[in-house]
Design a binder for this molecule. Structure first.
Ligand code: NAD
Length: 408
C-alpha cells in the first residue's frame, strides 16, 4: 500500500506538481486544496487526476485538510504562509513538503523564530519535513554532489552561487507578485506588509536565498559559519521595491564555511543580464572544478606530481542522476498526457520544471515518507540555508558587519 498526499495551493507553481504527485507509483490517493474553488475544480474535472482522487478529497481550507486522514501535505501556497502551515500540518500528524523558501517575511528575526519552530515541531512530532529546493536537483548539483562524494574536487576552497532574477525578466516579478497578492490570502498579506513598513522593517533579496545557496551548499557539504553582506538600494523610486518593502534591490554576501571554503553569494532583483545561467554556481577545488557545464580535472596527487588539466563539456543528461525505471514510466504518463500509452516507450523522458528538478523533488519526498527516512533536504538543512540569507541581509543592513550564522 502506498501513501496519500494532499496538495495545498493550486496556483501557478502548485499546478505543475499535481500531475507528478498523482503519477508517482507509491502514491495511492491524492487530495486537493485551495481557497479559490475554481482552482480546485480545474483539477477535480481532469480524468487523469480523477484516477486517484475521491470526491470527498477536495478541500477549500487548510484547517479542513489538516483534519483529514491524508498522510502528507505538499504546501505550495504563497511564501509568507509556508512555515505556519507546515507547523500546523505536522502538529496534525501530516508529513510536510514545502515549496521554497522556508518562509518569506520582511523581519529576519521572525524568520529565524519560524526556523526554530519548524525544527522543534518536526522533532517533537516525528513528521518528515522536506524543503522543495529546486536547485538541489539542477543537473549541475547532482553531478557535483557525485564528484564531491568521490573526492574528485580535492579541497573546495572557493565557490560562487547566484540567482539573477530581474523584476522585469521573462518570469516577471511584478506580474508574479501581483498574482500572488490578488487572491484572498494575498490581499491579507498586503495589509500585514503595511504593519512592517510602519515598524520600519525592510526586506532584501537575501530573504529568498534558496536557489543561490541550496544546490551549491549541498555539494560543499559543510555548514556556513559567518557572513558579510552588502546591498544596493534602488535609486529610481521603482514602485515594486516600495510596495514590497525592500531596503535593497540587490545583495551580495561572502560566506565562510566551517570547512574553510569561501563562498560568494548573489541575489539580484534589479540587474541587466547575468553572468551565465540566471541560477547556477561555480566550484573551485585543488583537483577538480566545475563552471558553466565544464568539469575541469587535473588529477593532482599528494605530493604533487606532473599533471595535465582535462576539460570535459557536459550535457544536462550526463549530469543528472537516474530515476528508478518504474517511477520514470509513470512520470512519462503525467508529462506526455497527449500521447498514447503504446507510443510512450519511444519517447525519451526529459524531466520538467526548473531545470528538470520537479520530478526529482516529488520522488524524493514520496520515497522519504514511504520509507520513513530523512529526506534529502531535511528540516535542519532547510532552516540553516534560510538562516544564511537572513544573516546576510542583517549584515547588509549593518554595512557589512561580520555575523555568525545559526544552525540547528
Ligand atoms: N523554483 C522554485 O522553487 C519556485 C518557483 C516558483 C514558485 N515557488 C514557490 O511556490 C509558491 C507558490 O507560488 P505561486 O506562484 O504558485 O503562488 P500563487 O499565488 O499562484 O498560488 C498560491 C495558492 O495558494 C492558495 N492558498 C493560500 N492560502 C491557502 C490556504 N490557507 N488554504 C488553501 N489554499 C491556500 C492560494 O489561493 C493560491 O491559489 C511560492 O511560495 C513560491 O515561493 C518556488
Amino acid at each position: 500500500m502506498g501513501i496519500s498526499v494532499g496538495i495545498v495551493g493550486l496556483g501557478q507553481f502548485g499546478s505543475a506538481f499535481v500531475p507528478l504527485f498523482k503519477a508517482h507509483p507509491l502514491v495511492d490517493r491524492i487530495a486537493l486544496c485551495d481557497m479559490e474553488p475554481d482552482r480546485v475544480k480545474r483539477f477535480a474535472e481532469d480524468p487523469f487526476i480523477k484516477e486517484k482522487l475521491r470526491e470527498n478529497d477536495l478541500y477549500y481550507s487548510f484547517d479542513d485538510i489538516c483534519k483529514s486522514d491524508i498522510d502528507a501535505i505538499a504546501i505550495i501556497t504563497q511564501p509568507w504562509l509556508h512555515a505556519p502551515q507546515a507547523v500546523k500540518a505536522m502538529e496534525n500528524g501530516k508529513h510536510v513538503y514545502s515549496a521554497v523558501p522556508v518562509i518569506y517575511l520582511p523581519d529576519g528575526d521572525e524568520i529565524l523564530e519560524w526556523c526554530d519552530k519548524l525544527v522543534k515541531t518536526s522533532e517533537k512530532t516525528g513528521m518528515v519535513y522536506m524543503l522543495g529546493e529546486t536547485s538541489y536537483y539542477h543537473p549541475e548539483s547532482m553531478f557535483c554532489r557525485r564528484k564531491a562524494k568521490e573526492g574528485k574536487f580535492g579541497n573546495i576552497f572557493y565557490a560562487e552561487g547566484e540567482y539573477f532574477h530581474d523584476v522585469d525578466s521573462v518570469c516577471n516579478l511584478r506580474v508574479v507578485n501581483k498574482k500572488r497578492t490578488s487572491t484572498k490570502s494575498g490581499r491579507e498579506y498586503l495589509e500585514i506588509l503595511k504593519k512592517y513598513a510602519e515598524r520600519g522593517i525592510k526586506t532584501g533579496p537575501m530573504h529568498y536565498p534558496t536557489h543561490s545557496v541550496g544546490g551549491l551548499f549541498s555539494v560543499i557539504g559543510s555548514r556556513a559559519e559567518k557572513v558579510i553582506g552588502y546591498g544596493y538600494k534602488n535609486q529610481n523610486n521603482d514602485p515594486f521595491f516600495k510596495t514590497y518593502n525592500y531596503e535593497f534591490s540587490n545583495e551580495v554576501a561572502l560566506v565562510k564555511m566551517e570547512s574553510g571554503t569561501v563562498v560568494r553569494i548573489i541575489e539580484f532583483r534589479e540587474v541587466a543580464g547575468s553572468i551565465a545561467d540566471s541560477e547556477t554556481f561555480r566550484i573551485f577545488g585543488t583537483k577538480g572544478s566545475y563552471a558553466e557545464k565544464r568539469w575541469m580535472y587535473n588529477g593532482r596527487d599528494n605530493p604533487p606530481a606532473p599533471h595535465i588539466l582535462k576539460t570535459i563539456i557536459l550535457t544536462d543528461e550526463q549530469m543528472r542522476d537516474p530515476l528508478p525505471e518504474e517511477v520514470l514510466k509513470e512520470f512519462k504518463k503525467a508529462i506526455y498526457r497527449d500521447k498514447k500509452e503504446e507510443d510512450l516507450q519511444n519517447i525519451d523522458f526529459v524531466p520538467t520544471g526548473h531545470k528538470g528538478s520537479h520530478p526529482y523533488l516529488v520522488h524524493e519526498f514520496v520515497s522519504a515518507v514511504y520509507k520513513e527516512r530523512k529526506p534529502a533536504i531535511d528540516v535542519r538543512t532547510a532552516a540553516h540555508w534560510m538562516a544564511v540569507g537572513v544573516m546576510a541581509h542583517k549584515s547588509a543592513l549593518k554595512d557589512g558587519e561580520m555575523l555568525k550564522i545559526p544552525h540547528w
